[in-house]
Design a protein around this ligand. Sequence first.
Ligand code: PLP
Length: 400
Amino acid sequence: MRRIYMDANATTPLLPEVFEAMRPFFLEHYGNASSIHQQGQFARAAVDHARDQIAHLLHCRTSEIVFTSGGTESDNLALFGTLENAAAPAHFITTSIEHDAILRAAAALAKKKIEVTILPSTPQGVIEPTALLAAIRPETKLVSVMFANNETGVIQPIAALAAIAHASGALFHTDAVQVVGRLPLDLSPKGALKDVDLLTISGHKIYAPKGIGALFVRRNVRLAPMLYGGSHERQRRAGTENVAGIVGLGKAAELANIWLAEDSPIDGPTHLTALRDRLEQGILSQVEERGVNGEGAPRVSNTSSLYFDHVEAEALVIALDLKGLSVSGGSACQSGATEPSHVLTAMGLSPARARASIRFSLSRLTTAQEIDEALALIPAAVARLRDLSPTWNKTTLIPA
Ligand code: PLP
């Protein structure tokens, strides 16, 4: 059975161009980038080139890029690196819709006497600047708000939030794992994101491999390392560089830059937005008692989070999986958890509606034919599950 993959927010496919760029660094150019011989220097040059590619995508300096093992490590490094040694009293602000890499790090910091405030979300999934204005105070050392949510795709007003943090003397971090390559990001000193001090990226969300990522750390931001060892990454992240992974991340950043130049981004009429809207509208027109999570808010072009009342998302994910369609209910990073999504409940969805929500997330490789094939499967699968649901039968049998 040919499978259709609509779970790009969990992980994107590795692009052949990225794999080919990496291949020689496994087999031929295996030198350690810290060695002074030619093989080491070849690896060093490749790492430097990848750093250039990423800095070019983000409009920042190469010295501001720190390679890590992925989004989780970058998030932890941003928080622990700026807060763990902060002078007391130290206050940290984040939000109720963050990924667990932030929320669990915040819980660990709270145990180390860092006061933590969690900002609420609007029903649309937006963190409003007024909420930050109400919570920020002179002791606030860091504010961390994700750029776009992995479950709903809702884009946050990052420039405005970062400006508020800076006006109050706090640093600002954003987890941009779900927006790199989907929105233009300008971290230059006069760019739209000039007030962002730290920004997280992850390779496997932008068609590079798993286990590689980076943290943008603006010049002059003091960051304590979490790992102690060699002097790699200007003493901000010890450990022999994952040269092949770094080369892959650099290639993926180069490709992302090309796509951004081709598309008209910011929620505009991109190829992906058109496909996503075709899928979403197709489902909405064929299924009753359903809705879009985050409807009306700006969303990244590839993501659609939908609820289907009277359906258990887990059952729907399995039913679609058996038909060859890969989607996700809640966040895949928390797979195995039966709790309703903390993001959707923070937006005010009832636990039942949160448990009835499915995320469709398209990749650059998704085709119009796949959208049509998915549309032929989804309404039928929802109908079959509803036939088994006691609550659905009740609503259909009892006239309004
Ligand atoms: N942040 C967000 C918003 C994510 O979606 C993810 C992964 O799903 C992560 C962080 C973690 O990134 P990684 O899997 O590279 O550790």
